[in-house]
Design a binder for this molecule. Structure first.
Ligand code: GUN
Length: 283
């Protein structure tokens, strides 16, 4: 059974060992990579994510700064914090935790971050470069999924990859990265009339919609590789993905569990991006 599992915790830990070594080498040259995380308001899930980011930085020797702002913070105040971090030499990466309170224009905030410090890869400059296949900061979750596939020796070229979900953070860039590795890519979303007709054609199925256990055995082709980006609570309050793991397990060639699949990779790739940004200072 276990050889079917794509273990993000293990793969993430392997990558973090490499990061740790590279951070040490940079520190020896007098450069300590630095990440600033801004958290506005008191969203419980965001607090957990942010705490995990802080912990991961500390473990790898990356300097981190957490800026907690009250939910009443105005957009102008938030932009002032970002402007300061944009020119702060200690800071190589800036991450503003999403979602932001409704009165703040998220896109405006994303565009105020220097593209040189855009470790989320959400700035239009980063998105444009990603689409063109130019070196840039890649968004952490899709980048993490590509690493999972690579470390699990999943062939991508010539395969049919189906992406369910079209968010700017995951679905859209996910399809582009798979396309760049020569997959044939299909996007599905809430207006797709017959979801199963599409997903049953997938050699590689990536699901990122945020609906607990919506993908069942009937959606899966025998022998597919399934990547579950979802992080939901089921009816008993237990963490679960967008894929009904128990229902599909017999049919798949490989699958990511939730938790322990994609989740640990997202933070790992944030650290990769922060290191990449710090390394750019050396050249
Ligand atoms: N909220 C949920 N996922 C993310 C992410 O990858 N980056 C940021 N900034 N906020 C998020």
């Amino acid at each position: 059974m276990s050889n079917k599992l794509i273990n993000g915790k293990e793969i993430g830990a392997q990558i973090r060992l490499t990061i740790q070594k590279e951070v040490k080498e940079l520190v020896d040259q007098g450069i300590t990579p630095g990440l600033a995380v801004i958290l506005v308001g008191d969203d419980a899930a965001s607090h957990t994510y942010v705490a995990n980011k802080e912990k991961a930085c500390a473990q790898l020797g990356i300097y981190s700064e957490l800026i907690r702002l009250p939910k009443e913070t105005t957009e102008v105040e938030l932009l002032a914090h970002i402007a300061k971090l944009n020119t702060d030499a200690k800071i190589d990466g800036i991450l503003v935790q999403l979602p932001l309170p409704k009165h703040i224009d998220e896109q405006h905030v994303i565009e105020s971050i220097s593209p040189h410090k855009d470790v989320d890869g959400f700035h239009p400059v980063s998105v444009g470069k990603m689409l063109l296949g130019q070196p840039t900061f890649l968004p952490c979750t899709p980048h993490g999924v590509m690493k999972l596939l690579q470390y699990s020796n999943v062939e991508i070229a010539g395969k049919h990859a189906v992406v369910v979900g079209r968010s700017h953070i995951v679905g859209v860039p996910m399809g582009q990265l798979l396309l760049q590795q020569d997959a044939t890519v299909t996007y599905c979303h809430s207006k797709t009339p017959d979801l199963a007709a599409m997903t049953t054609q997938a050699d590689i199925l990536v699901v990122a919609v945020g609906r607990a256990k919506m993908i069942k055995a009937e959606h899966i082709k025998e022998g597919a590789v399934v990547i579950d980006v979802g992080m939901n609570r089921d009816e008993n309050g237990k963490l679960c993905g967008d894929v009904d793991f128990d229902d599909v397990f017999e049919k798949v060639a490989a699958i990511t569990p939730v938790p322990g699949g994609v989740g640990p990779m997202t933070i790992t790739m944030l650290l990769v991006n922060t290191l990449q940004s710090a390394k750019a200072k050396v050249k």
